[in-house]
Design a protein around this ligand. Structure first.
Ligand code: ADP
Length: 155
């Protein structure tokens, strides 16, 4: 059986925490599709093209990782790409509270799709795209929080 997982998120920008989750999940999934959810009401710091480019750079050597964008419900996109698993990372009990409701509602809608959680590595549990964005917006140095080679320069 080909095990394909969708790793959905905003990736605004991709962080070392995201990279760690995908790399660890590759030991038990055959393919991982990183899905950038396009939400017209959410104001992002980086354009969709830049986020695709950043993720492409991080995973350029990984033939089992692909990057796609999607609109609409995550479960519908899973069906579209044939993914039976949704991959999510958990950093804290706050993540757990939020993620568990989404996973349970997704399960009611599509009982054949399982959400799989991976606990963040301790060294990355404080890394969060929202804080990285604040550092960048205020002219700080954020390169330690993003994978090597990611260009954080703003347009
Ligand atoms: P969203 O807008 O859906 O929260 P994000 O891009 O912020 O999207 O995160 C995508 C996924 O990566 C989520 O499951 C989130 O919990 C997980 N994640 C984010 N940062 C980390 C981290 N430092 N360690 C582990 N998982 C993380």
């Amino acid at each position: 059986m080909n095990r394909t997982a969708l790793f959905p998120g905003s990736f605004d920008p991709v962080t070392v925490g995201h990279e760690d989750i995908v790399k660890r999940a590759l030991s038990f999934f055959d393919n991982i599709v990183i899905g950038i959810g396009v939400n017209s009401t959410k104001k992002c710091l980086y354009s969709l093209d830049r986020r695709v480019e950043m993720l492409g750079k991080v995973f350029e050597g990984e033939i089992n990782v692909s990057i796609k964008e999607y609109k609409g419900l995550t479960v519908d996109f899973c069906n579209e790409i044939g993914a039976k698993f949704i991959l999510r990372g958990l950093r804290s009990s706050t993540d757990f509270e939020y993620e568990s409701s989404i996973a349970q509602m997704n399960r009611v809608m599509h009982g054949d799709i399982e959400t799989v959680f991976i606990l963040s590595s301790p060294e990355y549990s404080a890394v969060n795209s929202t804080i990285v964005r604040e550092i960048i917006k205020n002219g700080g140095e954020a390169s330690k929080f993003v994978p090597a080679g990611v260009n954080l320069a703003l347009e």
